[in-house]
Design a protein around this ligand. Structure first.
Ligand SMILES: *Cc1c(COP(=O)(O)O)cnc(C)c1O
Length: 398
């Protein structure tokens, strides 16, 4: 469709997104092509979803094979595909059990429900409150936007569900002050991605894990963005030497097919009974085929290690090339979840970089998020850094 005709006619979509005037028609690895034949280097990976790059071959083959056999039967029947992905996830994480849904918000909803039911049906305690953090992001459903520690996602949606308290990130005393007899869990991201790429402090995370143990609170780690190799480990909690009770996943789990997963320790098994939670589409054979192929590829090709090395290289190059660029305040991150903090809004730079053929994402108003796929080469990183430097050094001309 021509851009002009799109703009002339009012869109039939609700205007929930500030969409860029670009239409992509094809993707392969780190590259995307628009409808005018221009090629772009993709350093946003569809919001940390396409961790294997665009249209990864092994995943494509598995999905095509499943597509020819069976699409959907519902969760009233056995699912060998769900069993297989659940087993793979259990074998490669500190958790034992999985519940499959369709998105990150749904995975976090499942975690919130499981934590409450564990307290109320297994422990017999009237507990329901979950401590989350300022600047966190956990999704857009009513419960998960309430869990989110940012006002912008709540505007106009009151009244919100009860049962959330907000602590300051990387501040253990602030967490202690929010805990009371109703508290059941603490939920956090180990790198706050959406609000600007803020990694958790390792000392804070270890103290938090100990505190949860002492007070018998569940530790829920939202790995919707940080999971699936993004930070240079399969799961970000591995960097911190902790074992969460619940881990939530979505974005990178199935390379672009909609999947969410809530993973939990065996002790939580009895909290959910038949009928206590469900999803019509959750864990469909197609989504599971994509998830299994994605995870197998990651493990077979040791992609988290590759991401760690590429992330170290990218961080070094970004620091070296951008440290004297006038708008740059800081460069930080973990693995291939990197952020470049500016002293001014990033939106004009995001658009300028698009014109230079580089796709990057904001993280809050002042941070450029840099999230290439896990196969990214040094050469692609160099090209991206060069385009960034070009945009940021000429910032004062604008
Ligand atoms: C993206 C994201 C979510 C929400 O995932 P959806 O699939 O959009 O519902 C939740 N938590 C974190 C940390 C995220 O980055």
């Amino acid at each position: 469709m021509e851009l002009a005709s799109l703009e002339a006619k009012e869109s039939a979509l609700f205007p929930t997104y500030a969409r860029h005037p670009l239409t992509f028609v094809r993707g392969e690895g780190s590259r995307l092509w628009d409808d005018r034949g221009n090629v772009y280097l993709d350093f946003m990976s569809g919001l940390a979803v396409c961790n294997l790059g665009h249209v990864p071959l092994q995943v494509k083959r598995s999905v095509e094979e499943q597509l020819g056999r069976l699409w959907h039967v519902s969760n009233l029947f056995q699912s060998p595909q769900q069993e297989a992905l659940a087993k793979l996830l259990a074998d490669h994480s500190c958790t034992d059990l999985a519940f499959f849904c369709n998105s990150g918000a749904e995975a976090n909803e499942a975690a919130i429900k499981l934590a409450r039911r564990y307290a109320q049906r297994v422990q017999g305690k009237e507990r329901y409150e979950i401590v989350t953090f300022e600047k966190s992001f956990h999704g857009r459903t009513l419960a998960t936007l309430t869990a989110t520690g940012q006002d912008k996602v709540k505007d106009g949606f009151y009244p919100l569900p009860e049962g959330f308290a907000y602590a300051r990130y990387n501040d253990i005393e602030s967490v202690e002050a929010r805990i009371n007899e109703r508290t059941v869990a603490v939920m956090l991201e180990l790198v706050q991605g959406e609000s600007g790429v803020h990694p958790a402090d390792p000392v804070f995370v270890r103290e938090l894990a100990l505190l949860c143990q002492e007070r018998e609170l569940l530790l829920i780690v939202d790995e919707v963005q940080t999971g699936m190799g993004r930070t240079g480990k399969l799961f970000a909690y591995e960097h911190y030497g902790i074992e969460p009770d619940i881990v939530t996943l979505a974005k990178g789990l199935a390379s672009g097919l909609p999947v969410g997963a809530m993973l939990g320790k065996r002790k939580l098994r009895e909290a959910f009974t038949p009928g206590s939670h469900a999803s019509t589409f959750g864990g469909s054979p197609l989504a599971m085929a994509a998830g299994i192929a994605t995870l197998r590829t990651m493990l077979d090709e040791r992609l988290p290690e590759r991401a760690a090395a590429a992330g170290r290289y990218a961080l070094r190059r970004l620091a070296a090339e951008l440290q004297h660029a006038p708008p740059v305040k800081a460069v930080r991150g973990l693995g291939l979840l990197l952020g470049i903090e500016l002293d001014r809004p990033v939106e004009p730079f995001i658009r300028e970089l698009q014109r230079k053929g580089l796709l990057v994402l904001p993280g809050g108003p002042y941070v450029i998020r840099f999230m290439p796929n896990l196969y990214v080469t040094h050469d692609e990183i160099d090209q991206a850094v060069e385009r960034l430097a070009d945009a940021l050094f000429h910032a004062s001309d604008k």
